[in-house]
Ligand binder design. Structure first.
Ligand SMILES: Nc1ncnc2c1ncn2[C@@H]1O[C@H](COP(=O)(O)OP(=O)(O)OP(=O)(O)O)[C@@H](O)[C@H]1O
Length: 528
């Protein structure tokens, strides 16, 4: 029997305050990493010596040696293939891994220390504490940070590091004596899908330290994606088949529960599109709903969470004046009562943002440099990532983060459901400026428009599309709550049978749909 060659393994020394950067170039590559000496962390999540951490799905990341006691770090890395057949003859070489001496992470850590100071100084108003109207409103607000910058400058990664450093410090202080309070994270970028599905924005509070293993679940997963249990190891037959073909054995993700994306309980709002600009009036309503939800969450979560403040991630397109990005920044600053505008990247952006905020004296504009490792994802990588996130929602996460799930195929009578869009589909109506003088459009962008499921274009409009299940019941709560309220989950349309008047949906749960009204956006997915 042929013997297979081992996976290439390399050892790297990372000097203090340096970064070891890597980039998985193909969707079938995976990488495992072990800390064998010193101290190191990946985007704020400390590595436990001797434990194996896995990375997959074109993850780009960096191992940083923070330089505790002047020590660097030693790590061992090996490259694996999720699909050995796809890489026959090619054993990979870890070519794109390099140690970078110029790291922005020390600056980012100093920023964390500055935010910690603001948290320590924060104090609710005497009125809020006593509810006595004669008391002054002398609040010293905690840091409420909005992160802006051009596409791919590392905004989301910076947010993750700041969350992890804050949560590690909080957990160290609380120890076993009391549960650590959470910090509030807000995602306003609908292309990112953060916790559930692309096309959504939302808010979550977490005290977890968030590992980095796959770009599909950068900030943990929601409860609908199942408990974090390891995937089953490959069967003996696949391993021996690989050995017989002189290929490396298929990748087995390390059983390291520290590397699984933790469960968080986000409140998610469905924008239905990957960009805020597709239906701006709807997005603006949702932005205000997310801001209200964030404030409510913080008020209910106790003093620790209030003092932690919140951190808001924004789309890269907002850094551009063209397309109304700056208007969106101003709206978010107002809605989230932002006091720290964090500009990642160029000095030009910083000067522009300072000018934008010069009438708002309560906002401090701070600039941090872009990390050289951060880079924009190309469109095809983004599309693969979005499809992976959607798949993970229904079937469980990629192998490195969670277990398997079995979604259900449910068949529903057309008379038992109503599929609606928010506003007319893009391009379906003339712009207001093109209407005759004095005329107004019949449908507003924030009204529900029913899709005619028996019409000639019904299959084109709904098959392979994602539908959101709103928390509000349209008949009981009214249209407005469906339009601007949160969603409880998502289903996917796999087939429409107009003759039998039935629709087939893929759903995380069996049984009846919890709501009759389902909201359609513009997001396609194919269950390959
Ligand atoms: N120091 C680093 N070393 C290696 N890769 C990095 C580093 N920082 C960020 N990255 C990678 O760069 C890519 C872009 O980072 P990120 O998503 O944080 O940027 P962003 O500004 O939020 O992007 P967008 O504008 O598209 O939302 C990601 O794949 C991330 O993992």
């Amino acid at each position: 029997m042929a013997t297979h060659a081992p996976h290439p393994t390399r050892r790297f020394s990372i000097p203090p305050t340096h970064e070891l950067r890597f980039e998985l170039e193909s969707p079938t590559d995976a990488l495992s990493l072990k800390l064998v000496g010193g101290h190191a962390e990946v985007f704020g999540c400390e590595l436990v010596p001797g434990l194996e951490y896995g990375f997959s799905h074109e993850q780009r990341a960096a191992v940083w040696a923070p330089g505790l006691n002047g020590e660097g770090a030693e790590v061992e890395m090996s490259l694996h293939f999720l699909n050995t057949a796809a890489r026959q003859g090619d054993r990979g070489a870890l070519d794109s891994v390099y140690v970078a001496s110029e790291s922005a992470l020390s600056t980012y850590f100093n920023l964390h220390l500055a935010l910690t100071r603001l948290r320590l100084l924060a104090r609710p108003s005497s009125f809020a504490l006593t509810r006595d109207l004669s008391q002054p409103d002398d609040e010293v607000a905690p840091p409420r940070v909005l992160i802006v910058g051009e596409r791919g400058v590392g905004k989301t990664t910076l947010l993750k590091m700041l969350v992890n450093w804050r949560n590690r410090a909080e957990r160290a202080v609380c120890g076993a004596a009391k549960p650590a309070s959470g910090v509030t994270i807000v995602n306003l970028d609908p292309s990112e899908g953060m916790w559930t599905m692309p096309g959504s924005i939302g808010v979550a509070s977490t005290s977890a330290v968030l590992p980095t293993t796959t770009p599909a679940a950068p900030f943990g997963t929601s409860f609908s994606s199942g408990p974090p249990v390891p995937f089953p190891p490959p069967t003996a037959s696949t391993s021996s088949a690989a050995a017989a073909a002189d290929q490396p054995p298929p990748y087995v993700p390390p059983v390291n529960s520290d590397a699984y994306a933790p469960l968080v309980d986000p409140l998610v709002f469905f924008a239905g599109h990957l960009s805020a600009n597709v239906n701006l009036p709807h997005y603006e309503l949702l932005l205000q709903s997310v801001a209200d939800a964030a404030k409510k969450k913080v008020d209910e979560a106790g003093m620790g969470s209030w003092k932690a403040g919140w951190m808001v991630d924004t789309p890269g397109e907002w850094a551009e004046k063209k397309g109304g990005g700056w208007e969106r920044i101003k709206a978010a600053v107002r809605a989230f009562e932002i006091n720290t505008l964090l500009v990642v990247g160029s000095e030009r952006s910083y000067v522009e943002m300072t000018k934008l905020m010069n009438t708002n004296k309560t906002v401090t504009v701070v600039r941090v440099p872009k990390s050289d490792g951060a880079s924009d994802l190309d469109l095809s990588t983004q599309a693969r990532l979005q499809a992976l996130q959607t798949r993970s929602y229904f079937y469980g996460g990629p192998p490195l983060t969670q277990g398997l799930l079995s979604p259900f195929s449910i068949i529903v009578k057309l008379s038992d459901l109503r599929i609606v869009r928010v506003g007319e589909p893009a391009g379906a109506h003339a712009p207001t400026s093109a209407l005759p003088l004095g005329a107004t459009r019949l449908t507003r962008d924030t009204e529900l428009v029913e899709v005619d499921l028996e019409g000639p274009r019904a299959a084109n409009e709904v098959v392979n599309r994602i539908l959101a299940v709103p928390m509000a019941e349209e008949e009981r709560d009214g249209q407005e709550k469906v339009v601007k309220g949160p969603v409880m989950g998502f289903v996917w349309v796999s087939a429409l049978d107009k003759e039998k008047k039935k629709i087939t949906l893929l759903s995380p749960l069996p049984g009846r749909l919890p709501r009759k009204t389902l909201v359609l956006g513009g997001l396609d997915w194919v269950d390959a």
